[in-house]
Design a protein around this ligand. Sequence first.
Ligand code: M6R
Length: 366
Amino acid sequence: EKAGFDHFMLKEIYEQPKAYRDTMGARLDPSGTKVVLDEVKMSKEQIGAIRNVHIVACGTAYHAGLVGKSVIEKLARIPVEVDVASEYRYRSPIITPNTLVIVVSQSGETADTLAALREAKRNGARVVAITNVVGSSVAREADDVIVTWAGPEIAVASTKAYTSQLIAFYLFGLYLAQALETQDAAAVAEIVAHLKELPEKVERILEQAEAIKEWAEQVSTHDNLFFIGRGLDFAVAQEGSLKLKEISYIHSEAYAAGELKHGTLALIEEGIPVIALAIQDDLFEKTVSNIKEVKARGAHVFGLHTEGETELAKSVDQVFEIPHTLPLLSPALSVVPLQLLSYYASLARGNDVDKPRNLAKSVTVE
Ligand code: M6R
């Protein structure tokens, strides 16, 4: 059942190109230029009435929501807040009938996420669920359901569910943009064209797994490290850090690169690994200057950059190249090496990769 892989997690990492294709599937118009989301039953008027969006989820699904916020704000120009479900429920969120609440849950059974959904409905909001399980509690209670066709995810550490959630956000962001006409047809077509290229680009990253395995073996001898990045790179850094903690038990922290010097830089000492994401073109120079700050204090920097970019190598100790795509779509690529990093670090430490200590696949208690 592991199809020749040593662990479910590795199998699921390698299933991502298929999960992307299946999740996009029939939702891309045959003309290849727009998105068709028939499962979302909102009229143009209802979409036009949305004043704000709340994205609510836990763990990795929350991290997908961080990317979702950028996607919706950029494509549809609607303000978005993202909350961890266990916080959202108890903070008296301001929900009105013009609020669209998006809950994200692989299992569709997470107790706090389900409670947040109910709170949203009680306040008259429409709820869209992004879930991997057809017929789950979240799917049954939401007004609209966007299923991520990742297939069953067995490993406790979420991989293909996260990336399929990203794809769902891209599709939904485009769907809103089409209805609101916040993007012209050419812009939508360009994004769709790049979306279609993602699976093959993930395959290219997976072909370089051996290089990440070497990084992981170096990292696995440390007890502390940092992930840094800006913008969407920071969102992915947070997911990379969670994954590493969850299965390798190495403590790490994800930091917005520009925020380091407001305290965290004090923790940078000789030899500490820093995984730096410098994928976002428009923020590249800024991130490089933050990389130099940690290098100057002795950090060993592993840098992720876009292929064809030659500057980063001068400022870091090791580099890994991500195929080029639109900046907005880059999380669907840049997270893959981080998934592999945590997998191989866990393996190097002799941990039970698929069943990390203290954790359950589906958290149905508060
Ligand atoms: O099933 P859900 O997406 O609602 O689960 C949410 C989190 O419990 C889950 O993503 C958790 O953070 C993962 N184990 C992370 O890999």
